[in-house]
Design a protein around this ligand. Structure first.
Ligand code: PDD
Length: 283
C-alpha cells in the first residue's frame, strides 16, 4: 500500500505534515520551478529529461545554489522507494527559498526542495479512446513559457474556463497563432503531416511532445513546427494533446466545431507507439 509521503528540505514526512516557511518565495511570489515525472513498475520514466529541463530553468531564472539534477534524483529515488509506489507521479518543486520579502532576488537564500509521490492510474482510457472537448482562449502568459515555472495563474484561470464550458482543456491562442493547452502540448495532423508550435519561448517543450515527434519521425511521418492559425486548426484532420499524465488524447471538439475521433488514424497509431515505447523503456 502506497503511503502519501513528501520530501521537504532534507526530510521525508507524511504529505499532510510537510510544512514550508510563510516567507518562502514560492509561496509569496511564485518564484520557483516544478516538474511532474511518471512512475511505472515502481521506476521513473524519462527522469533525466525532466531534471535537465528543471536545471535549464534554474539557470535561466538564476536560482543560486539550485540543487543539481543528480542530487534531486537521489532524493526522488529515496522518496519513491519509501513510498513503495508502483504507478503514479512524483511532483518536484524547487523555489528560491525563504527570505525577507523584496521583489529582487535575495542576496542569500537556500532553495526549498519539495517533492511528493502520488499514486495514479493513467492515462484515462475513456478520454484516450473517445477524445475530449476543448475551447480556444487567449494566451495571456509571459514570454518565457519554455520555463516550467510554478507561476501558473493564467493556466489555472483558463483551465477553469474550460471546465465551466464542459471542456477538458483550453487551447491558447497567441498573436503568433495557436501555442498549446494550459497543461498539455497541442499537435495537429493535416494531409499526413504533423503540425505543432515550434519549441521556443511560446510553449513548454513537453517531454511527451518530444517523444511523440521522434516516434513519428521514426515512422517516416513529416513534421512541421509552426503556429497554426485558428482557421487552420479547425481545418486539420486530427488534433491531439500530449503530456506526462495524459500521454496522447484526441480532441473531438474545439469550441463548437466537432470532429469525430474515427478520423484520428495517426493519433491512435501514435498512442500505440508511445505505449510500446513505455513498455520497452529501459527502466
Ligand atoms: N503539465 N505544456 C504545458 C503548459 C504544461 O504544463 C505541460 C505539462 C506540458 C506537457 O509537458 P510534459 O509532456 O513534459 O508533461 C505542456 C504538467 C504535467 C502539469 O502541469 O500538470
Amino acid at each position: 500500500m502506497t503511503q502519501s509521503l513528501a520530501y521537504i528540505n532534507n526530510e521525508i514526512v507524511k504529505l499532510e505534515e510537510a510544512k514550508i516557511e510563510a516567507l518562502d518565495r514560492g509561496f509569496v511570489f511564485g518564484d520557483g520551478l516544478y516538474e511532474i515525472v511518471a512512475v511505472f513498475v515502481g521506476k521513473f520514466y524519462q527522469l533525466d529529461e525532466h531534471l535537465q529541463r528543471y536545471w535549464n530553468g534554474a539557470q535561466e531564472i538564476m536560482i543560486e545554489n539550485a540543487p543539481q539534477p543528480q542530487e534531486l534524483k537521489e532524493k526522488a529515488k529515496e522518496l519513491l522507494h519509501k513510498s513503495n509506489m508502483k504507478k503514479g507521479i512524483i511532483y518536484f518543486q524547487v523555489t528560491r527559498g525563504a527570505a525577507p520579502r523584496t521583489h529582487h532576488f535575495p542576496a542569500a537564500s537556500q532553495p526549498t526542495v519539495f517533492m511528493f509521490a502520488k499514486e495514479a492510474s493513467f492515462p484515462d482510457s475513456e478520454k484516450r479512446n473517445k477524445g475530449v472537448k476543448t475551447i480556444i482562449v487567449p494566451d495571456e502568459r509571459w514570454k518565457r513559457c519554455h520555463i516550467k515555472s510554478i507561476n501558473l495563474l493564467p493556466n489555472c484561470f483558463y483551465k477553469e474556463k474550460a471546465r465551466r464550458a464542459g471542456a477538458f482543456e483550453a487551447i491558447q491562442e497567441h498573436d503568433l497563432g495557436i501555442t498549446e493547452g494550459t497543461s498539455t502540448n497541442l499537435l495537429a495532423v493535416k494531409d499526413g503531416v504533423i503540425i505543432t508550435a515550434p519549441a521556443g519561448p511560446q510553449i513548454l517543450n513537453g517531454i511527451t511532445r518530444r517523444t511523440v515527434l521522434s516516434l513519428a519521425e521514426e515512422m517516416g511521418v513529416k513534421i512541421e513546427e509552426k503556429f497554426l492559425t485558428r482557421e487552420e486548426l479547425l481545418n486539420c484532420d486530427e488534433v491531439f494533446i500530449t503530456s506526462t499524465i495524459n500521454q496522447i488524447i484526441p480532441i473531438n471538439q474545439i469550441d463548437n466545431t466537432t470532429s469525430p475521433v474515427n478520423r484520428c488514424d495517426l493519433t491512435f497509431v501514435l498512442q500505440k507507439a508511445l505505449e510500446k515505447h513505455i513498455k520497452e523503456y529501459n527502466f
